[in-house]
Design a protein around this ligand. Structure first.
Ligand SMILES: [Zn+2]
Length: 316
């Protein structure tokens, strides 16, 4: 019998399901719309049907050994999603239990950034590392902290919310209700805001809402040599480097991995980040900690990360 794990990524719009083997090969991948299921039980039923059919398609020598789930506000200890702001599901949803009772295999759930951090350690650039920080620079800023080979969960499973460290008191309004959080500056949304503020301060007429669709637009502008775009990356990197230098003090990591659209801007973001990082580090940490691009493919990271939850439990 060949063992296989299901990796599930619950997003606000889509839920992606993948069947992943021990080596991190995704054998089958499937999509279910999250938005179409306002009741979590209905989504679970459909997702389980997809998994059953996928395993039948793979053949009778495959055996499902568990389900790993990455989800916003996922609680590893309780297997629940708790008050996720971008999901229609209200309150506390016992998602792991719902999957377990449907498919009768162990189900483990964690925050999506923690899952991706585990994916980096199991299948990506952090293979062999025991202490590192994983940062996703998407719409927001997510983070997973690995210390001594384990995700740092804290007493309630919600440790490692670096995106909501306040970097400027009375700074930009954050989705969490507070002001000045790191993710309002260092994320795709953040750099868009920085770029449009910069243009406005110079009275440059650009319809930012329609033209600056994503961070990729600012990246393309930077490649063309647009000074405002380059300055926006420099500003973003300066703040990110400072925040990362501060976060180092808690766990003394060997490396910090950057993942997501903004991280794909290469040196435009890495150079100012590393410069500010080294400038702001305490002496004992200087020139020791690598800031590296994630080795996970953008589209596969969430599934691989979720599945690695199961492969890690197997190894225990
Ligand atoms: Zn916040």
């Amino acid at each position: 019998m060949k063992k296989i794990a299901a990796g599930i990524d619950i997003g606000g719009t889509n839920t992606v399901i993948g069947l992943v083997d021990e080596n991190g090969t995704i054998l089958l991948k499937d999509n279910v719309s999250t938005e179409n299921f306002p009741i979590p039980e209905d989504l679970v039923a459909v997702a389980c049907e997809h998994i059953k059919k996928a395993i039948i398609r793979l053949g009778s020598d495959y055996q499902l050994i568990g389900i790993g789930i990455g989800a916003p506000n996922g609680n590893y200890f309780n297997g629940t999603i708790e008050f996720a702001p971008n999901l229609k599901w209200q309150g506390v949803v016992p998602l792991a239990k719902l999957f377990e009772s449907n498919l009768n295999v162990p189900t483990v759930l964690t925050n999506d950034a923690n899952a991706a951090a585990l994916g980096e350690m199991t299948f990506g650039g952090a293979k062999g590392m025991k202490d590192f920080i994983f940062i996703t620079l998407g719409t927001g800023l997510g983070s997973g902290i690995i210390s001594n080979g384990q995700v740092v969960y804290g007493h309630d499973s919600f440790a490692g919310e670096i995106g909501h460290v306040i970097i400027f008191t009375d700074g930009r309004q954050c989705g969490c209700g507070r002001k000045g959080c790191l993710e309002t500056y260092c994320s795709a949304t953040g750099i868009k805001r920085t770029y449009s503020d910069l243009l406005m301060s110079k009275h440059i007429q650009v319809d930012v809402q329609t033209k600056v669709a994503d961070a990729k637009y600012i990246y393309d502008k930077a490649i063309e040599g647009d000074k405002n775009a380059i300055d926006s990356f420099n500003y973003t990197g300066e703040i990110l480097g400072l925040a990362l230098a501060n976060s180092v003090a808690y766990t003394s990591p060997e490396a910090i991995f950057l993942f997501g659209g903004l991280a794909q801007a290469g040196n435009f973001i890495f150079e100012p980040t590393i410069k500010s990082f080294e400038k702001n580090l305490l002496n004992i940490y200087k020139n020791k900690i690598k800031i590296l691009p994630s080795q996970l493919k953008e589209n596969d990271a969430a599934i691989l990360g979720a599945a690695s939850l199961i492969w890690m439990e197997v190894k225990k």
